[in-house]
Design a protein around this ligand. Structure first.
Ligand code: FE2
Ligand code: FE2
Length: 258
């Protein structure tokens, strides 16, 4: 089976870009399962029921998130109820939403685990201990992980920690794709960051002039989502009968303008 993972979809431009690109993505990647990180899908930060629905309508089968997941208060009740949306598992247990899910694809039970890095981000528990604990109890044939983390050392370490135990570790959060996609010796597909789905005429999705103003003046500036030159970024993994990866291929394509 083939799993397509798409990096952080930023705002309306990202949502529309993903939808427009999906027919070509399906042709090129032939995915059995499409997982999309939606933590920036609502106005560039956070997720709402409406933007989650837009991602599902665009072709997502499951949605992961990250540190911006609780930006919109009205989404909390939705996160508790949504069976195909996850937030980092190593957040406080009582927080809205769930940290992992099991979905059906190509006749397999696919576990999708969302974790947050502990370096430079706020967590309740170590992502390493958290994922060990989930892997002990999850009932799945194949497991994939979205590791939403800031620092490449922690991400690479997670790849080695999970090598041979999950099909794939997809890094997210930095919005900048890395050139290190590979299958580790134990059979786990790994990439430090798949990148984002949004405007390339931007700083991580935000209009460059606004970020430059903030960085040069150190004054508060209202950030708006950039909309030019939208690209879709992700990675596709071929999963074998043992629940491990045969290959990983990075996906980076301009969204068709329509
Ligand atoms: Fe993000
Ligand atoms: Fe993030």
């Amino acid at each position: 089976m083939r799993v397509l993972f798409i990096g952080d979809v930023v705002g309306g431009p990202g949502r529309r870009g993903l939808k427009a690109a999906m027919p070509e993505l399906r042709e090129r990647c032939a995915p059995d399962l499409v997982i999309v990180n939606g933590e920036n899908s609502a106005g560039g930060m956070g997720i709402t029921e409406k933007t989650a629905k837009a991602l599902f309508d665009a072709g997502a089968d499951a949605i992961t998130t990250g540190n911006h997941v609780y930006r919109h208060r009205e989404a909390y009740e939705f996160l508790d109820r949504a069976e195909r949306v996850v937030r980092p598992a190593n957040y406080p247990h009582a927080n809205p939403g769930r940290g992992h899910m099991v979905v059906e694809a190509a006749g397999k039970r696919v576990g999708v685990i969302n974790l947050s890095g502990a370096i430079g981000l706020t967590v309740a528990r170590s992502p390493f201990h958290e994922v060990d604990s989930i892997l002990e109890r999850i009932e799945a044939d194949v497991v994939v992980v979205d590791f939403h983390a800031e620092v490449t050392s922690e991400k690479v370490a997670m790849g080695w920690h999970l090598d041979g135990r999950v099909a794939a570790v997809f890094g997210t959060h930095t919005h900048v794709p890395t050139a290190d996609a590979r299958v580790l010796p134990g059979g786990t597909a790994y990439i430090s960051d798949v990148g984002m789905t949004g405007s390339r005429t931007s700083v991580l999705g935000v209009k460059p002039a606004q970020v430059l103003e903030a960085m040069t003046t150190q004054m508060p500036v209202k950030f708006e989502t950039a909309s030019e030159d939208v690209w879709v970024m992700g990675a596709v993994v071929e999963v074998n009968e043992r629940g491990l990866a045969d290959s990983i291929e990075q996906v980076m394509m301009p969204a068709p303008v329509g």
